[in-house]
Design a protein around this ligand. Structure first.
Ligand SMILES: Cc1cc2nc3c(=O)[nH]c(=O)nc-3n(C[C@H](O)[C@H](O)[C@H](O)COP(=O)(O)OP(=O)(O)OC[C@H]3O[C@@H](n4cnc5c(N)ncnc54)[C@H](O)[C@@H]3O)c2cc1C
Length: 455
């Protein structure tokens, strides 16, 4: 990048927030999937700064990749065409929490967990809970329409958005939505921006809807001999009119691998485990937990544990939360897909994934949000093994094809990024791609925002 341009950018953000040493560039070059070198990193503190930067970048045709915490699992944050990484982590103020209007107004750099804590301290609740919530930023969550275990009952990030402020590619500032719970004025630009992975604008202010904090919750951990038995239990719970907060699935390979690594006392003989949580008013929670417990026993569950206190509940969650981290340490490379199928197809999806992995000689474990069909086949790879990555790519394509044929989707929550870009055509037809391209061309005609990604 020309020195004169760097000077122009430095004038906007000041010297300390304009980074271009090799060490700094390296630190902002990757997310949790891939790497790509930026030429400049600009750490922004206001919408006005973002606007001034984009005006120049648009004039000069410089690529700009907006960045949250860089926890993307699909390379959405990787600056594959160089240019500028626009870091939003210092735009981190919670501007308002209104108990009266049940909403919060925040800047994009607020860590998700901080928002949870701030609203829960006044008896309110922001349900979307990506497992990365202790690191990810709310702007990144909006840009990827993040989900999480609680989304079975409460929905995803999109369902809690009321209004956004977005700086467009040419530096203009767009304001969408309102503070009203009901709002049908014009196109739903808020939802258009949600999940757009930094390709349509830079999100600089977010208004989210809040709900009352549930009075209590209960956690149940149960295991079954087979995947089919565990899946039947999922159908039985849903069929009985119970809508759990979470309904997490872990397969035999996951239980075995995590137990070998962490010695948590997990039932290694089980074909599958379910981690179920119910929340709400105390009486309702007690009743639902009892119903689930008796369903499990009736259906011959190998074991049922019920956690009453927060501490007991945390213990039951340990295998699920820590397991993924342990897996990361056990493999040279771990790639987690998030293909999502209709709930009735979960047993087929699990069987199919194991078959594909076996035939491709790949190691896979499966966890997932069983209630909403969002499965995570986690591939434990060794790129130094001959042909391993080629076999992995072929296996991924087969898996995505199967998912789409089942009426499912390539991505339930992580997004497309660069990881799933080559497979987009399996789900989005020509008309769909043309429509997406037309939207992109209208909002970012020079294609400077996060170029090389799904459009
Ligand atoms: C251990 C682990 C667990 C995870 N669990 C989940 C999970 O349960 N559910 C889930 O959905 N995801 C999960 N993820 C993936 C990831 O955390 C989410 O996609 C998250 O929303 C990304 O937030 P981020 O702040 O890190 O964004 P980044 O990774 O920095 O960016 C993600 C995308 O958003 C864009 N972006 C970021 N900020 C802005 C902005 N202000 N304006 C415009 N575009 C922007 C970027 O350009 C990029 O395209 C997990 C990741 C890890 C590492």
């Amino acid at each position: 990048m020309k020195r004169s341009l760097i000077k122009e950018f430095r004038k906007i953000v000041g010297e300390k927030r304009c980074l271009w040493t090799p060490e700094d560039l390296y630190a902002y070059s990757h997310d949790c999937y891939a790497r790509g070198n930026p030429e400049l990193v600009l750490i922004v503190k206001s919408s006005e700064e973002v606007s001034s930067i984009l005006r120049i970048a648009n004039r000069e045709g410089i690529p700009v990749t907006p960045r949250g915490a860089g926890t993307s699992l699909c390379g959405a944050t990787t600056p594959i065409r160089g240019g500028i990484v626009l870091a939003t982590n210092q735009m981190n103020r919670i501007l308002e929490v209104s108990q009266e209007d049940r909403l919060a107004v925040v800047e994009p750099g607020v860590v998700t967990l901080r928002l949870h804590q701030a609203v829960e301290s006044v008896g309110l609740f922001y349900p979307p809970d990506p497992a990365s919530s202790a690191m990810s930023l709310i702007g990144g969550n909006v840009a990827t329409n993040a989900g999480g275990p609680r989304c079975l009952k409460y929905g995803v990030t999109r369902d809690y958005l009321m209004a956004l402020e977005v700086v467009l590619a040419d530096g203009e500032i767009l304001r969408t939505g309102s503070r009203a719970v009901k709002d049908v004025t014009g196109y739903d630009l808020t939802r258009l921006m949600c999940g757009s992975e930094g390709t349509l604008g830079v999100i600089t202010r977010i208004t989210v809807r809040l709900i009352p904090k549930p009075e209590c919750k209960k956690t149940i951990l149960t295991s079954f001999r087979t995947v089919e038995e565990a899946s039947q239990m999922v159908s039985m719970i849903i069929g009985a009119g119970i809508l759990p907060t979470t309904l997490e699935f872990m397969d035999h390979a996951y239980i075995r691998t995590v137990e070998d690594l962490m010695h948590l006392g997990l039932p290694v003989e089980a074909g599958a485990m379910l981690l179920i949580e119910v929340d709400g008013f105390r009486e309702a929670v007690e009743r639902q937990a009892k119903m689930i417990e008796s369903f499990c026993r009736e259906r011959g569950a190998l074991g049922v544990q019920v956690g009453m206190t927060q501490e007991e509940s945390d213990q039951l969650w340990a295998g699920r939360r820590m397991g993924t981290v342990a897996l990361m340490r056990s493999a040279k490379l771990m790639i987690s897909h998030d293909a999502t199928v209709p709930a009735s197809k979960i047993p087929d999806m699990v069987a199919h994934t194991h078959r594909i992995a076996r035939e491709a000689d790949l190691k896979v474990v499966i966890i997932g949000h069983a209630g909403d069909g969002n499965m995570h086949p986690i591939f434990l790879l060794d790129p130094s093994r001959e042909g391993e990555m080629d076999r992995f790519r072929k296996a991924s394509e087969e898996l995505f094809l199967f998912t789409v044929r089942c009426g499912g989707t390539l991505s339930g929550e992580h997004g497309i990024g660069i990881e799933k870009n080559p497979f987009l055509h399996l789900q989005v037809d020509e008309v769909g791609v043309r429509t997406m391209k037309a939207i992109k061309a209208a909002l970012d005609p020079k294609g400077i925002l996060n170029p090389g990604k799904f459009v």
